[in-house]
Write a protein that binds this ligand. Structure first.
Ligand SMILES: Nc1nc2c(ncn2[C@@H]2O[C@H](COP(=O)(O)OP(=O)(O)OP(=O)(O)O)[C@@H](O)[C@H]2O)c(=O)[nH]1
Ligand SMILES: [Mg+2]
Length: 409
């Protein structure tokens, strides 16, 4: 195979930027720190609205959970909590959705409310309503704005609205027109209340693959500062093919960085004479395989290919988890990822040859990497393993989602 095009130009350019000066060790440290920091970025999302508007249900759905899970927010119960409750994402514990006390009681004072919930903690606010937006929503949004924070309006339980419209009008029922009308009425009402350019999203937590659920995710992602985007994207549920593609893209940008870390592990272990756990050519240290196993585990969880996620996806769309599992082809997705599994895959796929080619390709642009003897080969091997598994798992996830969304007979 031609070694050209194995590593895309944008990645080579990024490598060049990191390694253009003489301080190679410093650049490697920078790469390592980037990888450590990017997963630790905190993201705090405030979810507010009137009692019963669907806050807790939304917090569960957006985390990919159903209402019965151990970590789920309680739904359908009258809660009188006066303090914010944090719900952590199951895989990204620094992504927190905050269930805030209800708004809209007589004499509601938005500034006092914001102080009570410690407004400064949040990256942005989601204001949920079921019917039309009322004065309390507008006053709250204005107070949030005056504190320099962002807010978005979510109009929830759209499925119920549509059912209501449909009743008795089955002949002249046009879903698109009704949604348009709800959207326009909401926007006009908010504008009349003094909100400049309100962003309103229509949503049903019972049908999360419909209406504006993806648009919310996309808008939030676009408007977040760039260092928070990666973690936000990875924490999103797998209800949309577009979201899966974005996860693949964001993981892809980290592959060469993991390969650099892997290369340094090999070089360090050569000097220290570290124990060789499995004799994988050019990728011989235990630490290296652990790195690969950990990254593959992250792919598996983010793409929802682990047993728990498959079960939850099946529950959400009323499918049998075994049917979803049946379309998975990558062995790492259906089995526990172990050193042995990666080792076996490595040997059976001729990946070390591919690793050499990647290193050769990179060498044209970042010569320092291939001068590092077997460390350089480790770079290419890790790069190629992660690339091939990422592509395979992303395709598995796309098939699983298509299966989950298939119309039931
Ligand atoms: N039809 C429909 N029902 C929903 C939707 N979202 C939530 N519900 C239902 O609305 C009820 C209230 O939902 P919760 O999520 O508990 O509302 P909440 O805002 O957390 O309520 P409090 O904690 O009491 O303030 C529950 O019975 C949910 O099942 C939706 O999108 N569509
Ligand atoms: Mg609640």
């Amino acid at each position: 195979m031609d070694s050209k095009n194995l590593v895309p130009e944008n990645e080579l350019q990024e490598m060049r930027n990191y390694f253009e000066n003489e301080d190679f060790a410093g650049a490697v440290e920078e790469v390592k720190k980037y990888l450590e920091d990017i997963d630790q970025v905190p993201l705090n999302i405030a979810v507010t609205g009137e009692p019963g508007s669907g806050k807790s249900t939304f917090i569960n759905v957006i985390r990919g959970l159903n209402d019965e899970e151990k970590d789920s927010a309680k739904t359908g119960v009258v809660e009188t909590t006066m303090s914010p409750t944090a719900y952590l994402h199951p895989h990204h514990r620094n992504v927190r959705y905050w269930d805030l006390p209800g708004i809209g009681s007589p004499g509601f004072k938005p500034m006092d409310y914001l102080k009570l919930v410690e407004f400064d903690r949040y990256d942005f606010f989601l204001i949920i309503t079921t019917e039309r937006f009322r004065e309390c929503h507008i006053l709250l949004a204005q107070a949030i704005q005056s504190m320099g924070k962002k807010f978005y309006f979510l109009r929830s339980k759209i499925d119920s609205d549509l059912k209501g419209y449909k009743r008795g009008r089955a002949n002249c029922y046009k879903e698109e027109d009704i949604l348009k009308k709800i959207r326009e009425d909401s926007i006009n009402g908010l504008k009349a209340g003094g909100i400049g350019n309100p962003q309103v999203f229509l949503l049903s937590c019972l049908e999360p693959d419909k209406y504006d659920f993806y648009l919310i995710q996309k808008t939030l992602e676009d408007e977040l500062p760039s260092h928070k985007r990666h973690i936000f994207l990875l924490s999103q549920p797998n209800f949309f093919q577009q979201a899966l593609k974005k996860k693949r893209k964001t993981f892809r940008l980290h592959i060469w960085k993991w390969a650099i870390v892997s290369m340094m592990n090999v070089i360090t272990s050569q000097f220290s004479g570290a124990h060789r756990a499995l004799s994988v050519p050019h990728l011989s240290t235990n630490g290296d395989l652990t790195l690969i196993v950990n990254v593959l585990e992250e792919y598996k969880k983010a793409f929802g290919l682990d047993t728990r996620s498959l079960q939850l996806l099946a529950d959400t769309f009323g499918k049998d988890p075994e049917d979803l599992r049946s379309v998975i082809e990558t062995p790492t997705a259906s089995q526990e990822i172990t050193h042995e599994l990666v080792f076996h895959h490595l040997n059976s796929q001729g990946l070390t040859d591919m690793g050499r080619l990647v290193t050769a390709c990179t060498n044209q642009f970042v010569p320092k990497i291939s001068t590092l003897a077997s460390g350089g080969i480790a770079f290419g091997t890790t790069y190629w393993i992660l690339s091939s598994f990422l592509a395979n798992m992303a395709e598995d996830a796309a098939r699983v989602l298509s299966k989950a969304l298939e119309a039931s007979d």
